[in-house]
Design a protein around this ligand. Structure first.
Ligand SMILES: C[S@@+](CC[C@H](N)C(=O)[O-])C[C@H]1O[C@@H](n2cnc3c(N)ncnc32)[C@H](O)[C@@H]1O
Length: 407
């Protein structure tokens, strides 16, 4: 996702069509009804789930463009095919080892967006004579799934017998499981530390001015209480009674890792997203958390703005992913920045396949590479973490730039 200076000022955002507004209002009504049916309060995680994934009205299920220049945000596969080509090198290494033992290796992409990453990796793997037996896609959005089907049928018609959309995780899997910018799109709980109290931020409806607003209440969910309690020592070590701090807890990410660990027989899980290890995530200066909204390439911090028409995300706490994997015995294979990962996977050599002399081809690609690896753009903020099972090789992507001490 490309970054813009966040601004809490939503008055200068582009306007939307009457039809889009009507859909957003319908979704607001759905959310209001749920709030009314649950004692006047819902958690922020539930609000985010409805705003992003309500069937038909949620952001990821609505008809708007979402990804790319005509949408709300840009991801690495939207910026450049080089991203998928470099990832393919990592996947090839994993697949070769899996094939040795199992006879075949598959790919499972979670949250495939427009389908561009699938196309690019399939092209590159075909070029390297290392096509997966199956390229599975698990996509929560029915609307994006349709777009992926259309896009891949146009772009890689000869490979479509290998591409299979799943309704849920398979029972067993051998090969590479991949998710780019999926965990940041999972609904998060908002927790507020106020002195010795730990409260959950939720949403109420204010009939007087017909808006959503925030309301805290004590954390009641046991699992959330334990996670928030464990963070308290780090967040408010002095037990300062005047202390105020708000941040996110992504419980869904933990369930996600446990689910993947349960199906992986041999191979690796590679997760790419923006975020940090716990000490940076819950840093004293990040006392308003990392929640961010994207609407037509403008970033702001108001999740109540046009629900269903804008993306809502939070950064990823990679230490939480590591802990969840540890708990279920899924070993860490590497953790590094996107820049290191892509460079380790030979992205610059891939660029040099395009002759410098053909400036009209080479220059745009060189610019794209710069966006993917520059520390000022996606190179540092985005991280890559990999977990593995029954793999006895150092993964190419992590041979230099190890950051696992930050987990
Ligand atoms: C920010 S987009 C990223 C899309 C794509 N991976 C890319 O990099 O361009 C998030 C994607 O994850 C999907 N998604 C979110 N949560 C999911 C889940 N639990 N299972 C499957 N897909 C999910 C969304 O529908 C969307 O396709």
């Amino acid at each position: 996702m490309s970054f813009y200076t966040p601004s809490s000022n939503i008055s200068n955002l582009p306007t939307c069509s009457e039809t889009a507004l009507m859909y957003s209002q319908k979704l607001q009504t759905v959310i209001c009804e749920e709030i009314a049916a649950t004692d006047g309060w819902i958690s922020f995680a539930r609000y985010m789930e409805l705003a992003l994934y309500h069937p038909g009205l949620g952001y990821y299920n609505g008809g708007a463009a979402k990804l790319g220049a005509g949408g709300d945000f840009v991801t690495a596969p939207e910026i450049s095919a080089l991203f998928g080509y470099a990832l393919a090198k990592q996947i090839k290494q994993i697949s070769e080892q899996v094939v040795k033992h199992r006879g075949q290796a598959d790919i499972l992409e979670i949250g495939a967006g427009s389908g561009k990453l699938a196309r690019d990796m399939l092209h590159e793997l075909e070029h390297n004579d290392c096509l997966p037996q199956h390229y599975y896609i698990l996509e929560v959005s029915a609307e994006l799934r349709e777009r992926q089907q259309q896009f891949l049928t146009e772009q890689v018609p000869h490979l479509m017998t290998r591409v299979i959309w799943l309704e849920g995780l398979p029972e067993q899997f051998c090969g590479t499981i991949l998710a780019n910018e999926v965990i940041d799109a999972m609904p998060v709980h908002l927790v507020e530390w106020q002195g010795a109290d730990v409260l959950e931020r939720g949403i109420v409806w204010q009939e007087s001015n017909r808006t959503f607003s925030w309301k805290n209440r004590p954390v009641t969910d046991d699992a959330l209480k334990v996670i928030a309690g464990n963070l308290t020592q780090q967040i408010n070590p002095q037990h300062d009674p005047d202390f105020r701090y708000c941040s996110e807890i992504n419980r869904a990410a933990g369930y996600f890792i446990r689910g993947l660990a349960g199906i992986l027989q041999q191979g690796a899980v590679i997760l790419i997203d923006y975020g940090f290890g716990r000490s940076e995530y819950y840093h004293p200066q990040r006392n308003q958390g990392t929640l961010m909204c994207h609407y037509r390439h403008h970033a702001h911090d108001d999740p109540f703005y046009l629900p269903g028409l804008q993306d809502i995300t939070s950064h990823v706490d990679f230490s939480a992913l590591y802990d969840a994997a540890e708990e279920v015995g899924l070993p860490l294979m590497g953790y590094t920045t996107q820049a290191h990962f892509l460079l380790n996977c030979g992205i610059t050599e891939i660029l040099t396949r395009t002759p410098v002399e053909t400036a009209q081809n080479y220059l745009p690609l060189a610019n794209q590479l710069q966006k993917l690896v520059s520390p000022a753009e996606m190179g540092e903020l985005f991280k890559v973490i990999a977990f593995g099972k029954a793999l006895d090789l150092p993964l190419y992507g992590f041979v230099s730039g190890d950051k696992s001490r930050m987990l």
